[in-house]
Design a binder for this molecule. Sequence first.
Ligand SMILES: Nc1nc2c(c(=O)[nH]1)N[C@H]1C(S)=C(S)[C@@H](COP(=O)(O)O)O[C@H]1N2
Ligand SMILES: [Mo]
Length: 245
Amino acid sequence: MDEPSAIEMGSETPDDARGTPVGRRLFLGLLGLGAVGVLTGSSVSNWYQQLAKDDPTGLTALLPGGGGWRYYTVTGDYPSRATADYSLRVSGLVDRPFTLTYDQLTALPPKLLDRDFQCVTGWRVTGVKWRGVRLADLLDRAGVQSAGKALRLTSFDGTYTESLTMSQARLDDVIVAYQLDGKPISSDHGGPVRLYVAPMYGYKSIKWLDGIEVVDKVVPGYWEDRGYDIDAFVGQSNGRNDEHT
Ligand SMILES: Nc1nc2c(c(=O)[nH]1)N[C@H]1C(S)=C(S)[C@@H](COP(=O)(O)O)O[C@H]1N2
Ligand SMILES: [Mo]
């Protein structure tokens, strides 16, 4: 397998049939900031948002006003789902599989977190406030069977997956999140519901979460299949962020 890199993590979306990484186009775009005028008269902040969305390089973090976030998607679009149409399925090696609506999820006892969000590629957003439900609470509700050793998490983008061992999933700061900085999570950020794994690099925090399946062993997730650590604790894993400075 090719050695993955942080740039690869951000450039899964080809911008044309030849598969030119978006990153190159973006980088050239940043060099030519004067080109902003041709972008259909949108305000600079709208332009900035769009740029940040497509930015696999992290370079937009160097520009003022963006809050430091990059909006990642490996599929090339940002699926949106109304809260009324949302549901979360908990299944697999459990005694009581269930499905929660958005209203049912958000009615459960909340867990609040205030942490830095750290992508393995090096960008970080400090002091992000999250509200959600402890993943451990959902697992308790389902009743994990003794054979259940790991979780396989799925996204309604249809492509991204993630994994956690059972002990990681039960950590107090791993939540199924539905608010970010006091507002419902936007679809750009993986709303209406995403995972937030506070102690680990951002790629563990799967967006557009719709399925939690208890399985008997770890099934590597999307980036883990591409060489990133399954145990992605910030500062402890290989992180891959040594590959670019
Ligand atoms: N479904 C899905 N979840 C995802 C990703 C993705 O591309 N698709 N990217 C991951 C990575 S690498 C990071 S750093 C964070 C970024 O979250 P943000 O897009 O809200 O900034 O989402 C993670 N979850
Ligand atoms: Mo990331």
